[in-house]
Design a binder for this molecule. Sequence first.
Ligand SMILES: C[S@@+](CC[C@H](N)C(=O)[O-])C[C@H]1O[C@@H](n2cnc3c(N)ncnc32)[C@H](O)[C@@H]1O
Length: 226
Amino acid sequence: MSVRDEFDDWAASGRDRGMEDRHWHTAKHALARMPVEAGDTILDLGCGSGYAGRALLDTADAGRVYGLDGSPEMAQNAASYTDDPNVCYVVGDFDALPFADDSIDHVWSMEAFYYAQDPEHTLAEIARILRPGGTVFCAVNYYEENVHSHGWQESISIEMTRWDREQYREAFREAGLAVASQDTIPDREIEIPPADQFPTEDWETRAAMVERYRQFGTLLTVGVAR
Ligand SMILES: C[S@@+](CC[C@H](N)C(=O)[O-])C[C@H]1O[C@@H](n2cnc3c(N)ncnc32)[C@H](O)[C@@H]1O
């Protein structure tokens, strides 16, 4: 199945908004760290509902936001959630970013990068379009140290790349991006039921759910273009 087939289905069934609600718990903390200055141009890679770019326009005074997604239905939904003329949604693939060299100030990507079919090449593309000193904020919940994410591949038809922390840092450097920081952001908002309600539909034990959200959370790697 292609990205388009998989995620068009998600968009059509409202999962774009469901992801937005869940991802916002940690995404908002990462977004607040972005060194966006008034008028900056932002690219949201794998934008889904497009919430992150719109938040950067509202709170950080970004000048222009592009949301790129391989699913036309996702891009169409995202466009329907705003009438801001400074936001533009583009259907495209991580393999070939339709932007000129040195044309973007900051790249944001939440829970999307690991779907890239050639992640090293995608990082090279990011490095190409970023202006020197521009940043990439790459946030993922699917990563090696998060053992609770390892089963996700079974329910998704697109091949996913599960790197560990060091592999992210190494790949960023290989692409010519300096690694400015890397850490995990815990999800302190997801409701964790009391112990007597386990097992739940998704979780065997409360300890596992606590570890997944409160301890592991979202891995954020920040790169800077040279
Ligand atoms: C799990 S969703 C995350 C959406 C959003 N960033 C969020 O935080 O809710 C991943 C998104 O990446 C897009 N995507 C996956 N692989 C892609 C690719 N190779 N090129 C472009 N978009 C892709 C999907 O269509 C989907 O909308």
